[in-house]
Design a binder for this molecule. Structure first.
Ligand code: NAD
Length: 354
């Protein structure tokens, strides 16, 4: 199979970790007979330095012309003085909206081998933790009308959702739940918000088409509490944009390993953008210290969601598990008795395991 992939290394550790992901894609290609066609594009601070804007038109066009995008990270102190519209992070919003990516998948998976990194009591995570947060990404209060009065002492933001926007994300969540444990938790604030009441009614309507998936509803304040009280009650969570932003960060921080977690942003066809959840970690950029696993696991998500290559995706995930089992660790996940290695060696070991 030929796979056309746009690569956006970005800033900081971005180039370090994307290089290791490419190494792993090479191993997948060799093992399964696939051919990856890569094109490199600029976004973030490097794009500001080279062409004066965080998201050049050529990058957006190149991504639109690809089947999937793999992004490292953008941003760093060098560009912190720039105003909102010119900051490197603006590239992320531009890519999400320019590519129509309405569905954000954020797995919070706690590797057994790294259980001690979890800040929760061990009895709360006995048996592991594997939560998938499905977040609506292009609607709600982040995209609603906002403003201030003339005096500037009063401001408003608007949360609005159309049935069609809710329908498409909820369907994605049901599809994902039906391939996992067949449990879906829809999170809203239906005791207060009208958008949440609409959300809940759409979920209940679609639920009839998925009789094998059991659905529950939970208010967002309770969900935030339950995530730290009893996280194992959750499997797939679906929620609107702002609630999902907050809950997906909370869920991933429970795993305690920011360098381990991938993400996917999808639309209705198979196209997707894949990236680690962490930032550009300028403190360790170019020092062979970054953990490349989140980016390598983002490649697994790409193979699964864009290219429907489940076997290849699972092979990457088990190669990561095998390398952890063997005691290899980058600095961020290092613990007593383990063997510390750098970014490049971690990528090489995972590629070799494949
Ligand atoms: P960060 O995630 O870059 O770093 C937080 C801490 O985690 C740092 O100590 C860093 O060294 C460590 N860390 C992060 N990823 C790691 C990895 N793969 N391996 C080992 N250690 C890792 O967050 P920050 O410091 O708040 O942000 C730095 C820059 O990244 C900022 O400019 C921010 O705007 C940007 N950022 C970008 C994205 C993105 O591109 N999606 C996301 C978040 C932050």
């Amino acid at each position: 199979m030929r796979m056309k992939v746009a690569l956006i290394p970005g800033d900081g550790i971005g180039p370090d970790i994307v290089a290791e992901a490419v190494k792993v894609m090479g191993a997948v290609g060799t093992k399964y007979g696939h051919k990856f066609d890569y094109s490199f594009y600029l976004a973030g601070g490097v794009a500001i330095d080279s062409v004066g804007m965080p998201l050049p038109e050529s990058t957006l066009l190149g991504c639109q012309d690809s089947e999937a995008v793999l992004l490292g990270a953008v941003g760093g102190p060098k560009w912190d003085h720039l105003g909102g519209g010119q900051r490197p992070e603006k590239a992320l919003l531009g890519l999400r909206s320019g590519l129509g990516l309405f569905c954000n998948l954020r797995p919070a998976l706690l590797y057994e081998q790294l259980a001690e990194a979890c800040p929760l009591k061990s009895e709360l995570i006995a048996g592991g933790l594997d939560i998938m947060v499905v977040r609506e990404l292009t609607g709600g209060i982040y995209f609603g009308e906002r403003g201030r009065n003339d005096a500037g002492d009063s401001a408003y933001d608007t949360m609005a959702y159309a049935t069609s926007e809710i329908d498409r994300i909820v369907r994605k969540a049901f599809d994902i739940a039906s391939k996992r444990s067949k449990r879906l938790m829809s999170v809203d604030k239906a005791n207060i918000l009208e958008t949440s009441r609409l959300w809940r009614s759409v979920v209940n309507t679609i639920a009839k088409e998925y009789p094998d998936v059991s659905v529950d509803h939970m208010y967002v304040d309770n969900a935030a509490m339950q995530l730290v009280r009893n996280p194992r009650q959750f499997d797939v969570i679906v929620t609107e944009n702002m609630f999902g932003d907050i809950l997906s960060d909370e869920a991933s921080m429970i795993t305690g390993s920011i360098g381990m977690l991938p993400s996917a942003s999808l639309r209705s066809d198979n196209f997707g953008m894949y990236e680690p959840i962490h930032g550009s970690a300028p403190d360790i950029a170019g020092k062979d210290m970054a953990n490349p696993i989140a980016t390598i696991l983002s490649v697994a998500m790409m193979l699964r969601h864009t290219f429907a290559c489940e076997e290849e995706a699972a092979a990457i995930e088990s190669a990561v598990g095998a390398v952890l089992d063997a005691g290899w660790r980058t600095g961020d996940i290092m613990s007593k008795g383990m063997r510390q290695i750098g970014t490049k060696e971690m990528g090489t070991l995972i590629a070799q395991k494949l």
